[in-house]
Design a protein around this ligand. Structure first.
Ligand SMILES: [Zn+2]
Length: 371
């Protein structure tokens, strides 16, 4: 495999750019990190984003993305883009109510409530879409399950995920041959390890996917239990199933404390909508005690929250954080941010999102330093 493209804890070499690891990639689900443009993301130090095939194929739609020159040109983002397969979102939609669609061996059919038309997502189709979008990291279609699903359901999902991954790889190779792209110009192909909370199924899935051969792997399924606690044991076990010569992505892990925990376990890549959603809701991240943590691995909580709607900030002329160099902290007071939040101005969304992303980027820098 391409061992030379990956140095654990150091970097992942993509055709477009080398990613420093560990890396956090904000979710630009519909082709945008809400309220930010690409220069805002660069200013925060963001190196890559995750966009979503399930949502993009609906809005703006694949032919529109093609007409606008692909995802990079459309969003004026020249850095790497990972696209997820859409499997998790389709599963979530159908799990919510099976009138929205169905999953069988062939693939996934779904029709969201607001949509006029039906969509079909097969392993081949998801690879065709992601490659046509110009993604730098392409992800195989997998079948997600809930961590509390029965053993039979988990076992079926694992076999289906393996079968779909094989079909994805074969379609990916066909497209690469067709495009005649040299190896170092090709996107990377990642597969997702399913198996819920069952150790045997996780092993079965990881071993089969390793045998098929991929550039990297993701931890699939819910990373949290019903009380919101990280499923550390099974997440650790799954990382141990994959040799350290391959990068691993903790899909959907975005809470700072969980990022630290997963990074210590050996996960390199993270994506989540949590930091940006928290920002828009006025929950802003600061390092505990407003200092850069000296002992982020000590088990203490790394993040403290500032709830900007709190009246105690009305007349505060202090910045959000003394140790942050983002646009919000460099130029504006807590009092002004509180005011912007109260009047619902879009500037608040931009400043708050930039701050939380800058926090996560700083956290990643600390993790690299301490590793
Ligand atoms: Zn800041």
């Amino acid at each position: 495999m391409k061992i030379d493209i990956y140095q654990p804890g150091k970097y992942l070499q993509l055709a477009r750019q080398r990613l420093q690891l560990p890396v956090f990639m904000p979710d630009a689900t519909l082709g945008v990190v809400r309220s930010l443009d690409s220069t805002d993301l660069e200013r925060c130090g963001i190196e890559a984003v995750v966009m979503n095939t399930f949502h993009l194929m609906q809005r703006p739609g694949s032919s529109t993305i093609q007409a606008l020159g692909g995802l990079h040109k459309m969003s004026a983002w020249s850095h790497p883009i990972m696209t997820d397969s859409g499997g998790f979102q389709a599963y979530s939609l159908i799990h919510q109510n099976d009138k929205f669609g169905s999953i069988n061996a062939g693939g996934i059919t779904f029709k969201p409530e607001a949509s006029e038309r039906k969509f079909h997502l097969t392993p081949e189709k998801t690879i065709q879409l992601q490659v046509s979008y110009g993604a730098d990291i392409v992800v195989c279609l997998d079948e997600c399950t809930h961590v509390d699903a029965s053993f039979e359901a988990q076992a079926l999902s694992v076999e289906r995920t393996i079968d779909w991954a094989r079909r994805c790889k074969s379609e990916f190779q066909r497209l690469m041959r067709q495009k005649k792209l040299p190896q170092d110009q090709q996107p990377l192909l990642f597969a997702v390890i399913q198996g819920g909370g069952d150790y045997g199924l996780r092993r079965r899935c990881a071993e089969a996917l390793l045998e098929i051969g991929f550039d990297g792997f993701g931890y699939g399924g819910w990373p949290l239990d019903s009380r919101g606690n990280l499923l550390t044991d099974i997440i650790t076990y799954t990382r141990e199933l994959v040799p350290r010569t391959f990068p691993m992505h903790a899909l959907g892990v975005g809470h700072p404390d969980n990022i630290i925990a997963c990074s210590c376990i050996g996960y390199d890549m993270f994506d989540s909508s949590l930091p940006t959603r928290d920002a828009r809701n006025g929950r802003l991240y600061v390092f505990g005690g407003d200092t850069v943590p000296q002992h982020i691995f000590s088990g203490d909580k790394c993040v403290s929250y500032i709830y900007i709607s709190d009246e105690k900030y009305i007349k505060s002329d202090a910045p959000l954080s003394q140790v942050c160099d983002c646009l919000a902290c460099a130029n504006y007071s807590l009092g002004y941010l509180h005011h912007l939040f109260k009047i619902g101005d879009s500037l608040f969304f931009r400043l708050a999102t930039m701050h939380n992303l800058r926090f996560i980027v700083q956290l990643m820098a600390h993790l690299r330093e301490f590793q």
